[in-house]
Design a protein. Structure first.
Length: 284
């Protein structure tokens, strides 16, 4: 496979200037992704047991196995359509449930006006599919980008509305954060997301239960590019290629800060993953 150098593409000067100003504005107002705040998930508990020690696999909720969304606004009840049972999990999925030489690329904190479209362009060039866990408040500025994500065949997941650490807020606030983004995605794409990722990956018992009530499966990752902390293209590339394995879920970011190293790294490692025989899939 030919490995192309990263081309920025030629845009009309006025278009490029507008996109650049919008992208710069988003970078200025968006909170940068960072490590979780002091109270970590290891301190959270489910039924008195530390969440971090819980066995991998589904945990039935008391008296039910997933249910119709129960909301104060009634919003999700109106837009979700027919319900499907979703089991409350003790822990999120960290690897793919599929077997074989498959790997999933996931991007958090978008959509972003300029960075997300560049990632979409690279994925489109290689015929690859990915999953984008979006922040609800970013959709307001990037409705067209969200629609482009879906139109290209990528999965849109829920990454909350304002990116709070879920184990540090009340359960009603957790519900509001996840539900508002569900409603926005459903309004733009015709259906709410079926996957969710907690900001900072900090799931805990109540948030996992709310996730199931909103009919979403919680997902984590097992390869962290650390692109939120280390904006070095070579580091990101070596992290993905050096740790790739069948069933891996890769965490990267298309928003929440300057992610151009992530974009350039994707240009490099994606064709090499394909040459190594990996199939790019989406968690389900």
């Amino acid at each position: 496979m030919k490995y192309d150098k990263y081309p920025m593409g030629a845009l009309p000067r006025r278009t490029a200037l507008c996109l650049g100003l919008l992208g710069a504005y988003q970078l200025a107002i968006a909170p940068d992704a960072h490590a979780p705040r002091p109270r970590a998930a290891a301190g959270a508990s489910v039924d008195g047991k530390p969440l971090g020690r819980a066995p991998y696999g589904p945990r039935p909720a008391a008296g039910r196995t997933g249910a119709v969304p129960m909301t104060t606004s009634g919003g999700m009840a109106r837009i979700a359509g027919p319900t499907r049972p979703v089991t409350v999990r003790a822990t999120p999925h960290t690897t793919l449930r599929e077997t074989g030489r498959k790997i999933a690329l996931t991007f958090d904190d978008g959509p972003h006006a300029t960075q997300t479209p560049e990632i979409l362009r690279i994925l489109r060039r290689h015929g690859a599919r990915a999953t984008f866990f979006v922040i609800g408040e970013n959709i307001r500025w990037n409705r067209d980008v969200l629609r482009r994500i879906a139109a290209d065949g990528h999965v849109v997941g829920n990454h909350s509305y304002t990116h709070p650490q879920l184990d540090l807020i009340s359960t009603p606030r957790v519900r509001e954060e996840l539900e508002r983004t569900c409603e926005l995605v459903a309004r733009e794409l015709g259906a709410p997301p079926r996957l969710a990722r907690a900001p900072y990956g900090m799931w805990h018992g109540p948030s996992l239960e709310v996730c199931a009530q909103l009919q979403m499966e919680p997902f984590q990752w097992d390869i962290d590019t650390l692109d939120w902390d280390n904006r070095d293209q070579g580091f990101i590339e070596s992290t993905v290629l050096g740790n790739a394995h069948p069933g891996a879920i890769v965490l990267a970011h298309d928003g929440g800060g300057n992610r151009w190293a992530t974009v350039r790294a994707l240009e490099y490692y994606l064709p090499r993953l394909l040459d190594e025989g990996y199939t790019l899939v989406q968690p389900a």
